[in-house]
Design a protein around this ligand. Sequence first.
Ligand code: FAD
Ligand code: DLZ
Ligand code: SF4
Length: 509
Amino acid sequence: MVSRLILVLGDQLSDGLSALAAGDREADTVVMAEVSEEATYVRHHPKKIALIFSAMRKFAARLEKAGWTVAYSRLDDPDNAGSIVGELVRRAAQTGAAEVICTEPGEWRLINKLTHAPIKTTLLGDDRFLATHGDFEEWAKGRKALRMEYFYREMRKRTGLLMDGDQPEGGQWNFDHDNRKPAPDDIAPEGPRKFEPDNITGEVLTMVEAEFGGHFGDIRPFWFATTRAQALDALEHFIAHALPRFGDYQDAMLRGEDFLYHAVISPYLNIGLLGPLEVCQAAEKAYKKGDVPINAAEGFIRQIIGWREYVRGIYFLEGPEYAARNRLEQNRDLPAMYWGGETRMACMSAAVEQTRREAYAHHIQRLMVTGNFALLAGIDPSQVADWYLEVYADAFEWVEAPNVVGMSQFADGGVIASKPYVSSGAYINRMSDYCKGCDYKVSQKTGEGACPFNTLYWHFLDRHRERFSGNHRMGNMYRTWDRMDEEKRQAVLADAGAVLAKLDAGEVV
Ligand code: FAD
Ligand code: DLZ
Ligand code: SF4
């Protein structure tokens, strides 16, 4: 039998991977490669690179134990060709293999490289997701709008999760209206389960520090799970300690509480250490035992079988040019404050600082602080998307691009969101304690010291009036703007213009 190469990428660390299932342990060679091209095509956060490399090394050992021959390339191997395709060519020459089998990567860039590789490469479907491309296309066919909520209901019926016969458990599909509480000051969430680096992780940390220490982000302390057993432990910890309050405080933000009651499992799901169904079943089991209220269990399961599957569906349905869309034609450069540059805005400073430390921020910080500001300030969405792809440990393009380009920046023109997620400072003030310690005043609408979100919000609506004034979900916003007297409107626009001019001049905002 002619031997083949089974390529396992850094986010494909799952025992049941389709490429492994199609392989032959006796005849084929598994190829895994730490390569500089993947670590630098955007300058990933060092914690993210270390997570991937450490988990890859441990997964390779697991495969070897299970009887596979693994050709593993470390980043600092002298013969490392530096790219995935280069490594495939090198390993093919070594083994005599004439064909590569790989599970489809989650990024068009890499799909394109593999399909044009100088060695025959077969891409198999990634069955670690609950909906196939075909399932999503079928659901999307003939619909005027592709709203997540309807997709989610189909997924509930299909998986049977939180179903009572053919009706939703608790009598409604979605309990989101219960999930918008600000967090009181005196809560004490335990935070995620943290793991001490072992020798393998320690070696990786030293190497990544030396090679990629110049990338944005702190590599230490490093506490991510790097094996499936640890990821399961982290999941169990979340279900016991945080899920019961996940729903209530899902949208809340508190200084000094980076994780609140969030799961912090997206890196593990996205690199394959956990599967979506097992995670949802664990949440459902806790609900059925009476340990978790319905708003928490439903809210959590919706994020995974709803949002996570839905954004992947959109990414593949919309095609390779999706991530480059810029339907609002916003072209300002990403300000230095996204890289830790000085800012007087307490909310932005807190979100960026936490991101630098942890390669993590929760959904509302990503959407309503850093995303909201970029959208209001007219930043080029592809620079925004690159930033998110670089700085978060869970960022892979299939999930990052729809969330950033679509949900957060409305750069897809409304494929995902029915209206842009924009807000003034009032929303951030309601959901967080950031404003208390800010240089700006959230209650001030104009003049020196006015919260930049307040002025930029109206500037955004005013400059995109032609596109949005006919949107029935935005009618109230425009009516409020139109009711303001002309003098006040001009003052707001002038103040917003001054903020934008400062950003353009590289001055501190
Ligand atoms: P929890 O809040 O505890 O949610 C549980 C799980 O639900 C997550 O682990 C995740 O797997 C899933 N989930 C929740 N929301 C989404 C969503 N919108 N899309 C997909 N999955 C979701 N998520 C990523 O995994 N990778 C990204 O690169 C990413 N980029 C984002 C960019 C922006 C601008 C926004 C607004 C959201 C982004 N998200 C991304 C979604 C979400 O912010 C993260 O999944 C979440 O913060 C991960 O932390 P957690 O595990 O504590 O999540
Ligand atoms: C993100 C990433 C990084 C930093 N490094 C590697 C690597 O060295 N080897 C590898 O196989 N994969 C890596 N990845 C993941 C890929 O870049 C890519 O994002 C995913 O495979 C797309 O699903
Ligand atoms: Fe952010 Fe404005 Fe509040 Fe300051 S006042 S923390 S800039 S929302």
